[in-house]
Design a protein around this ligand. Structure first.
Ligand code: AMP
Length: 588
C-alpha cells in the first residue's frame, strides 16, 4: 500500500482537500454534501477556534475576531490581529490547513502527515515559502508546492496526450488568472501568467444588483442602497439569477417583501434576458481576453500555438465566457472537470504520483456528442432556415439541461417545427436528424413571438426536447431514447464503450446527490438551535449601536429566527442565514 498524501487547494475564498484512493480522485466532503471550505478563521465567544462556514457566519458580527482572504497576505512580514492577538499569515493559513487535515483524517480513518499544496503561478519565492511553513505549522510535511494551472492540467489529464500547450483560464468569485502552460511527458511548465486580483463572478453579480436597483427606482421610486437587509437579500437574488442565466435564456430577479414603502410591501420581480445580461458583463469578459493575449505574448506564443483551453473557477460556467474564448481562440474550451474542484483534484493526482502510485484519471460522465436544433439565421451571407444551433455541446458533463430562446419569423405564425440534430456542422442538414416535432396553436402575434427550447440529457442518454411559447406557457415536447447511442458503425461502438466505462465508475464517485445528505442527526439539530441562540444574542447586542432603519431590519431578522426555533431545521437555517447575511452586510 502506498502512503497517503493529500492534495490541497488553499484558495483566497475557498479551500478543498482531495485524495486518491483505489485509483480514484476524491474531493473530501467538509460537511454532508459540501466539498468546499470557506477560507476564513475566527475565535468564538468562548475562545474556541472557528474555521470555515462557522467563521464566515461570525465574520459579520465580529470582524475583529475573524480573518478572511489571508492568502493575499502570504509572504508579508506582518501581523494579523484576531481577537486581540497577533498572528502571522502562516499561522492563520495553518489553521485552515489543520482543519482540512483533520477532515481528511476523519474521512480516511488514518493519520495524514503529508500534503501537496497549490499556489498561484505568480506567487514569489517568499509566498511559496510561507505556504510551506503554514503546512508545517499544521503538522503537514509539504512534499511539493505546485502551481494552480499545473494542477488543473493534471486534473484534465492534458499531459498524457504528448507535447502540448494549454491555456488555463481561471475565473473565480473575486480573482482572475490566465496561464500558458507547456505539457510534455508528465512535466507541466508555466510559461507565462497574467490576471487581475480583483475581477470575478462577484462583479457580474454587481451588474445585476445595479440593474435591480434602477428597476426599483423607476417602478417604485425607492432607493434601497442604504438598506442593509434589502441589499443583502438582493445580493443573493442577483447571484441566483446569474447562475440561472448560465443555462436559461431568461431569469427573474425576484425577492418577495424586499422592502416596505409607506407600510406597503414591495416585491422585487424583474425579468432579464441573457442577451441583456451579456451586454452588461461584456467589458469584464473583454478584459479577461486582453489578459489572455498578454499571457500569450509573455510566453512568446500566438493563438495558433495553443492546443487546448482548460476552464477553472465557478464563473467560467458563464456561456459568454466560453463563447468568447471559443471565437477568440478558435477552439471549444474544455469544461468537463468541475471548475470549483479541479485544482484540488490535480493536487491529489500529483500527491498520488509522489507517493508512488499510478496517476489516476478523473472520471466524469460526459456526452460524447453535440445536440442542437436549427433556426433561420444568416449563413454565408444569406438567410438560411437550417443554421445549426447547438444547445448541449460535446464533453458537457451529464445530466445537463440547457435552454435557448428563439422567435417566430412571420406575423401571425401559429406553428413552429422543431428539428433535433446530433453533430457539429454549422449546416444542420449535414448533421444527423434524431427527432422532430411541431408546436402548434401559438397565439396570433407579430413576428418575434419568443419560444424557449430546452434540451435535457440524462445519464441514460435519454434526451428530452421541450419547446414553450414564452408568453402563454403553451408547451410541446418529445423524448428521444438512446440519443447518445444513435450512431452508426465504429462511432456507435466507441460511444457505447465510453459510456459503459463511465456508468461502471459512476456509482463509486463521491459527492453524488443523495449519498450522504440524509436527515441531519439529532446533534446537528440541537447544535443549530444553540447557534441560533448565539446569533440572536449577537444581533441583539448590535441593536444598541445600529441606526433606526438597520435596527428595524435587525429586529425583523431576530424575530424571523425566533419564529422558526420550534420549526423544521431547514426553515430555521434559512432565517439564520438571512440574519447572518444582514450582520455580514452591516459590517461591510
Ligand atoms: P470559485 O471562486 O471558483 O468557487 O467561483 C465562484 C464564482 O463562480 C462565484 O461568483 C459564483 O457565483 C460563480 N458561479 C458558480 N456557479 C456559476 C454558474 N453556473 N454560472 C455562473 N457563475 C457561477
Amino acid at each position: 500500500m502506498t502512503e497517503i498524501i493529500v492534495g490541497i487547494d488553499l484558495g483566497t475564498t475557498n479551500s478543498e482537500v482531495a485524495i486518491v484512493r483505489g485509483g480514484r480522485v476524491e474531493v473530501i466532503p467538509v460537511a454532508p454534501g459540501v466539498r468546499i471550505l470557506p477560507s476564513l478563521v475566527g475565535v468564538a465567544d468562548d475562545g474556541s477556534l472557528l474555521v470555515g462556514e462557522a467563521a464566515r457566519n461570525q465574520y459579520a458580527l465580529h470582524p475583529e475576531r475573524s480573518v478572511r482572504s489571508i492568502k493575499r497576505r502570504m509572504g508579508e512580514y506582518t501581523a494579523v490581529q484576531m481577537a486581540g492577538k497577533d498572528y502571522s499569515p502562516q499561522e492563520i493559513s495553518a489553521m485552515i490547513l489543520r482543519r482540512l487535515r483533520d477532515i481528511a483524517e476523519a474521512h480516511i480513518g488514518e493519520p495524514v502527515g503529508k500534503a501537496v499544496i497549490t499556489v498561484p503561478a505568480y506567487f514569489s519565492d517568499a509566498q511559496r515559502q510561507a505556504t510551506r511553513e503554514a503546512g508545517e505549522i499544521a503538522g503537514l510535511e509539504v512534499v511539493r508546492i505546485i502551481n494552480e494551472p499545473t494542477a488543473a492540467a493534471l486534473a484534465y489529464e492534458s499531459c498524457h496526450s504528448g507535447a502540448r500547450k494549454a491555456l488555463v483560464y481561471d475565473l473565480g468569485g473575486g480573482t482572475f488568472d490566465v496561464s500558458v502552460v507547456n505539457l510534455e511527458s508528465d512535466v507541466v511548465e508555466v510559461l507565462a501568467s497574467h490576471g487581475n486580483n480583483h475581477l470575478g463572478g462577484d462583479d457580474f453579480d454587481q451588474k445585476l444588483i445595479t440593474f435591480a436597483i434602477d428597476h426599483l427606482k423607476a417602478q417604485h421610486d425607492i432607493d434601497i442602497r442604504p438598506h442593509a437587509q434589502a441589499m443583502a437579500r438582493l445580493q443573493h437574488a442577483a447571484e441566483a439569477a446569474k447562475i440561472t442565466l448560465s443555462d436559461e435564456p431568461y431569469a427573474t430577479l425576484a425577492e418577495e417583501y424586499l422592502f416596505e414603502k409607506d407600510g406597503v410591501p414591495i416585491h422585487l420581480s424583474v425579468e432579464i434576458s441573457r442577451d441583456d445580461y451579456e451586454e452588461m458583463i461584456e467589458p469584464y469578459v473583454a478584459e479577461t481576453l486582453e489578459a489572455v493575449h498578454v499571457a500569450l505574448s509573455g510566453a512568446g506564443l500566438t493563438v495558433a500555438d495553443i492546443n487546448e483551453i482548460l476552464l477553472v473557477g465557478g464563473a467560467t460556467r458563464t456561456p459568454l465566457v466560453q463563447r468568447r474564448l471559443e471565437s477568440e481562440l478558435g477552439m471549444q474550451p474544455r469544461a468537463e472537470v468541475d471548475p470549483d474542484l479541479c485544482v484540488a483534484m490535480g493536487a491529489a493526482i500529483q500527491a498520488a504520483v509522489i507517493a508512488g502510485g499510478q496517476a489516476p484519471t478523473v472520471l466524469v460522465d460526459v456526452t460524447p456528442y453535440t445536440f442542437g436544433t436549427s433556426a433561420l439565421e444568416y449563413f454565408n451571407g444569406d438567410m438560411y432556415p437550417y443554421c445549426y444551433v447547438p444547445l448541449i455541446r460535446k464533453n458537457t458533463p451529464i445530466p445537463v439541461s440547457k435552454s435557448e430562446g428563439f422567435c417566430t419569423v412571420f406575423d401571425g405564425q401559429r406553428q413552429v417545427d422543431i428539428n433535433v440534430y446530433q453533430g457539429e456542422d454549422p449546416d444542420a442538414l449535414n448533421n444527423i436528424q434524431i427527432g422532430r416535432f411541431t408546436i402548434e396553436g401559438l397565439r396570433d402575434a407579430p413576428a418575434g413571438n419568443p419560444l424557449i427550447t430546452t434540451f435535457s440529457l440524462d445519464h441514460n442518454g435519454i434526451l428530452q426536447v421541450t419547446s414553450r411559447e414564452k408568453n402563454t406557457g403553451l408547451v410541446h415536447s418529445i423524448t428521444i431514447d438512446n440519443a447518445i447511442s444513435r450512431f452508426t458503425g465504429d462511432k456507435l461502438g466507441e460511444a457505447r464503450h465510453r459510456i459503459d466505462a463511465l456508468f461502471r465508475d459512476q456509482d463509486g464517485e463521491e459527492g453524488r446527490p443523495g449519498a450522504s445528505v440524509g436527515a441531519a442527526p439529532i446533534d446537528d439539530s440541537r447544535r443549530l438551535r444553540v447557534e441560533a441562540g448565539a446569533l440572536i444574542e449577537k444581533a441583539e447586542r448590535l441593536l444598541a449601536s445600529a441606526g433606526t432603519e438597520d435596527a428595524e431590519d435587525l429586529v425583523n431578522g431576530i424575530e424571523a429566527v425566533k419564529d422558526q426555533l420550534g420549526g423544521p431545521d431547514a426553515s430555521l437555517k434559512t432565517a439564520m442565514d438571512a440574519l447572518a447575511d444582514l450582520l455580514y452586510y452591516l459590517d461591510a
